[in-house]
Design a protein around this ligand. Sequence first.
Ligand SMILES: [Zn+2]
Length: 192
Amino acid sequence: MRTHLGDATLHMIVDAIQNASGRITVDELVSAAAVPAQSVDRVVNELAELGFADLTGSGRHRVVEPRRRLPPPADLTGQLEDLDQRRQAVLASRIDAAREYAESTRCRRAELLAYFGETYPPPCGNCDNDQQAKAESPDRPSITGGVPVRHRLWGEGQLLSRDDHELLVHFDSVGYKHLTASALASGILHRR
Ligand SMILES: [Zn+2]
C-alpha cells in the first residue's frame, strides 16, 4: 500500500521542475528540491503517467522534461491525489475480489474465469463448492461472460457474472464490484 506524499514535498519537487525551465535530471531534482530520492521518483513517474512530463534514460540519470506547462501546484496535487485514490480503489477491489472468491459458494472454475471475462457454464463438478452443492441446493448462478454495462457512478464496465442475488462487475474506474441483483432493475446499472 502506498504511503501518502505530503503537499509540501510535492510542491518542492514541482517548483524545482518549473525553476529548471526545461530538462532536469532526477539527480539534480533531488538536490534542488532537497527531498528524498524516493519521493522524486514517485512524483516524476506520476507526472509522466498523467502526461505532464517525458522521462528518458534510466535510474538517477533519467531526464525529466515537462511536456506542457504544469498546472499550478495546488491543481497538480489534486490530480496526483486523484490518481493515487483510483489506484487505491482498484487495489482494494482486487483484495475484495480475492476475499469474495475465497468465501464464494459458486463453482470455483466459473467464478475464477468470470474475473477474466470468460464464460464457463457451471458446474465443473470438481471444485470444493460443486462437491458441496451436490449434497445441498440445486440453485446455480448463470455466468454471462463480459457484457458491457454502465453504472451511474462508476461508469463503464463489464458484467462478469450474475445470479439471483448478486452481480459481479469489473469497472475501468474502480475495479471489481459485487452489486445486488436489484442494481439492474433499478437502473443504477444498465447495459450499453
Ligand atoms: Zn466447479
